[in-house]
Design a protein around this ligand. Sequence first.
Ligand SMILES: Cc1ncc(COP(=O)(O)O)c(C=O)c1O
Length: 480
Amino acid sequence: MTKASGQAKYLQLTSAIRESIKRGLLTAQERLPSARELALQLSLNRHTVMAAYQELIAQGWLYSQPRKGYFVSKLLPIDSSDTTQQLADKKQSSGFDWQFTRAIATPNLESSDSYPYNFAGGTPDVALFPFNDFKNYVSESLTRPNIANLHYGNNAGFPDLIEQVSLYLRRTRSLTGRQILITNGSQEALYILSQLLLNEHSSVATEAMGYAPAWQSFRSAGANLVAIAQDEQGLIPAAFEQAIIEQQHLKPIKLLYLTPLHQYPTTVTLTMARRHQIYRIAQRHNIAIIEDDYDHEFHYRCQPLAPMASDDPSGLVIYLSTFSKVMFPGARIGFMALDKQLSDAVIGYKTIMNHKVSTPMQDAIARWMKSGAFERHLRKVTKTYHQRRDFMTQLLNDYKASGQVVAFNEPDGGMAMWVEINQSAAQLAVKAKNQGIYLQHEGLFCLPPHQNQDRFIRLGYAGMDEEKLKAGLALLFQAN
Ligand SMILES: Cc1ncc(COP(=O)(O)O)c(C=O)c1O
């Protein structure tokens, strides 16, 4: 900093800091170095730095907190000053000619959590998560770490967590004799399976209404998606077999992706008879089944049906589940229970991608499960979600009586309702957003676009308490 510009040093420093804030190099609420530190760094007198800080406080760019220091203001004084996010959004591409080898749709990263009323289908109520209790297991995992496990290796998963998940699956889902792998959520499992089992010459059969993130994985491997018709009992076996035959000389079906317990998004449980039929068809045609058992913990009417993987003599069922519903999606912990040969291939692929899932988080969850606190948490949330389902049923019955709701079935379990309404579902979802309500409409789940009747919405009830559910529905249906 020189006096060559004719400006006092403290004013030069003032404008340099102001420029850094404007350009996003210093962001809202970021702490600045103390006057002494900055003076040392810039070889300036401490009083010069103090004078610049005081000037910036007077202009509204900074604020000071006694004994804590100087911070960039939360609300910057002129409109042109961007937040970091705005700057990131505005950032232009460098213009470099990227030679993409595949097309990936730009993901929709909008978070439903920013809406005051969030009816997103599978969202757990994070406020019910016992953070204080869980913190102890995180802390234990770091204060008494198993050093050997902090290195590379054990890519199938942290052994204690594998053990806990195996016990849990044996007890709650009658699953035994399978390899357990810990993944970065079910999504990683879906991606790796797609890369290993599919390519541009193959097809995947899926329920006609389904889970788009799974489709995206299949597509990323170049596979063709074949929508199989479903009804109020779930996927129709005859339609599955017909599709297999039709695709035989085109792009043969190699995989069936299913959500048998709580069909996503309709919540229907696939009947026992259909499970057997579908299994036999898959066996006959040498087709593997991915069974996505994403929220089996929340089943209210009776014990949930055992997964198809629990009665799998040919070992063709690949079982997936997740901690995203029983904890929160940001935990990014999922697991697979599968055949040894496939499991080895998945570990091999995962090793190339990211070796393994973060060990401390796996360790903390293992300790939490072992202590019994995990089961207590599950019992508590299941009871709450059950009450919320009952409450939602009452509310929707009232809206049915007044005509806004045409039909809905009370689901046996899960976290959401599939509701037929008397207007365009897509338009209702748009109007709802403007009122601070997030909900998903039929079009988002419909694989063949022409089958979208635009009459259904999916209303998640687990993520909000009864008061909010009531207020959210009142706003949704009364104003529209
Ligand atoms: C059908 C289905 N599968 C899996 C998941 C969980 O995915 P992940 O474990 O990647 O968070 C969800 C969550 O919304 C889901 O709805």
